[in-house]
Design a protein around this ligand. Sequence first.
Ligand SMILES: NC(=O)c1ccc[n+]([C@@H]2O[C@H](COP(=O)([O-])OP(=O)(O)OC[C@H]3O[C@@H](n4cnc5c(N)ncnc54)[C@H](OP(=O)(O)O)[C@@H]3O)[C@@H](O)[C@H]2O)c1
Length: 228
Amino acid sequence: MSKKSGKNIKLAVVGASGRMGSEIMALAGDAGFEVTAKLDKAKSWGVKAREVDIVVDFSLPAGFDQALNWCVENRKPFVSGTTGLSDKQRKQLKQAAKHIPILYSANMSVGIAVLSAMLEQFRALEDWDFHIDEVHHNQKKDRPSGTALLLDEKLGAVLDRKLPAPNSIRGGGVPGIHQVWAMGPEEVVVLQHTAFNRKVFARGALKAARWLFDKAKPGLYDLSDLYK
Ligand SMILES: NC(=O)c1ccc[n+]([C@@H]2O[C@H](COP(=O)([O-])OP(=O)(O)OC[C@H]3O[C@@H](n4cnc5c(N)ncnc54)[C@H](OP(=O)(O)O)[C@@H]3O)[C@@H](O)[C@H]2O)c1
């Protein structure tokens, strides 16, 4: 229920007809949201500001652009899990976050949030070799995955060096497997996260949306902010 009105939070879903959008809509009601706008490539942005409290976007980079612009114009909080963003789009996120609350994460699962925090421990093994692998379904458009890039950026900062490009495997219906290999001369450590289904990302995104709606302060947040 909305803290402000006691009613369900009015939610616009961008990428509504997609795999992730469908999961979001299936779970939204139980999470205290009412889906008041469903947007995809075919449906234009003729949405009125009063119909929407918050926007959740799982689409493509073009959908992300439209959603972000609409949120800035209408001063609405924005949650996005869309991957494959350009450097320019990442800069636009930072700029927009001066005006509205934004939560962006290339992976909305708590498991990846915790795995990402665990990478700090690899500072003790900084002279080892490291590699990131990812496996996803054969319809995935971006490569490497946004999650692999998130882990690569985090681990690169921990070790203070550039890592080899992540390995990407595409096949079947795999929702997402990520592995971080730490390889020493006489031993190996492997951290692995496996998503069993897309509900895990949808639940995480709705939890993030609820958190961001209550926060209601401009800024650029990521999933780790929920677990601090
Ligand atoms: N952060 C996470 O945890 C997480 C987890 C899983 C996936 N993802 C990411 O989420 C995104 C969506 O994944 P998916 O598997 O759901 O993809 P998908 O099944 O291909 O769905 C994409 C959706 O985006 C819509 N779309 C395309 N262009 C648009 C535009 N210009 N404006 C509005 N909507 C537009 C499509 O509409 P049409 O049907 O009309 O083309 C479709 O509904 C991808 O970037 C994926 O990598 C993130």
